[in-house]
Design a protein around this ligand. Sequence first.
Ligand SMILES: [Zn+2]
Length: 76
Amino acid sequence: MAEAPSQYGSFEASELFCARCRQSRPVRRYLLLVLPTGNKYDYRCAVCATSVGSKMDSDSKDFQALLSGQASPARR
Ligand SMILES: [Zn+2]
C-alpha cells in the first residue's frame, strides 16, 4: 500500500496534524471539486475522518474531460 516517496517537489501530504486526534495522522485525499482552474482536494484524517487540510492543483484535464463527456472522473 505504500507509495514511493520520490516526488518531493509537489506537496503530497501523507501525514498531517489532526486537531481531533491531537497528533499527526496519515491522511486520505478526496476529490472535492473539478474546476476549470484545477481540482480541489480535501485531506482527511485516516483515523477519525476530520478534515485536516485541502489542496488545489492546476490540472484542468479532468474538467476538459467532463466538458467533452469522454471520461468520468475517478471515483474514490
Ligand atoms: Zn484524527
